[in-house]
Ligand binder design. Sequence first.
Ligand code: FMN
Length: 183
Amino acid sequence: MTILHIDSSINGEQSASRAISRSIVDQLRAINPTADVVVRDLVSEPLPHLTLDAFADSSVLDEFLAADTIVIGAPMYNFTLPTQLKAWLDRILIAGQTFRYTAEGPEGLAKGKRVIIALARGGIYDSGSPAAALEHLETYLTDVFNFIGIEPEFVAADGLAISPEQRAASVAQALGETVRLAA
Ligand SMILES: Cc1cc2nc3c(=O)[nH]c(=O)nc-3n(C[C@H](O)[C@H](O)[C@H](O)COP(=O)(O)O)c2cc1C
């Protein structure tokens, strides 16, 4: 079994999404001690913006295709995902490899992989809340992974900018949820 661990927060050791994604990987390793873990830190080793020439290099796609489980740390920046993570997605949403268009519509070709995403958001975007319409992180990641045939699972720490107490409680709750995810 191969686990691909991806992080995209610029906040280093202070990062909530990194703490949660690390906990998810730790839980998965505990139940799969022989698993190979491949780490891709999109901040310490950023991928450049997509160019036509970049399509000639399939190394990022190959790494994704070789993984059984993908764990992604995804903070909300300006209501959506970090550009570092978008650059990674640009390399794995490839026609003919992870999806194809058919007469019946698009078909996802990456079925069978497990994708677990650690979300960290400063505000609260629950359905029905005043800011719900500004949520373009979880909704976007759901749509793109659905498009390639995967139903992603989420662990979210929300309201992190509201107060230090709220932040501590939200992160603790998300870390607790990672135990259930690996079960
Ligand atoms: C550049 C930047 C932009 C942000 N934009 C938003 C935002 O639009 N909405 C929000 O709820 N929080 C926003 N935040 C707060 C982060 O989502 C929050 O700090 C979260 O903890 C970031 O995840 P991390 O701790 O893994 O870095 C932003 C933070 C940064 C640094």
